[in-house]
Design a protein around this ligand. Sequence first.
Ligand SMILES: [Fe+2]
Length: 163
Amino acid sequence: MQELAGIAGYMHDIGNVISRCGHGQSAALIAMRLLKDMGTTPEETALIISAIGNHEEESGDPVNPVAAALILADKSDVHKTRARNRNISKDDIHYRVNSAAKRSFLKVIKDKRTISLQLIIDTRVSKVMEYFEIFISRMLMCKNAATYLNCTFELIINNRKLL
Ligand SMILES: [Fe+2]
């Protein structure tokens, strides 16, 4: 399962080669063909492509453990290394929030069945409220995915537990 989730992680955004719009579904179709060529079993392929097809905020659900893991990995991904495009204006909220995220770590506390997203945000670059403005729907997806895995999701920003 872990390896299938890793493969889904590598392939999940491949649909952007066609269009940003509906890239989860197009990625699933592209992945299906590639996985078939690589000899992946139908059962493994089904888990991977259903996870990929369910990773977008608009239509994604944690339909299986691989999908839940992919949602947690993708939707918790905020870090200054993502703010790469220097042509984007500093007025862009996504650029600011990503730039402000100095540390981002998804910690799995197995004994407590807790999945904890721990962020350090430089509030001189972006206020914590801005993080919520753009990431609240992603955090709700993470919460649902953690619940699917029979875990609790926590959000800790600057050492304060907010969820
Ligand atoms: Fe995506």
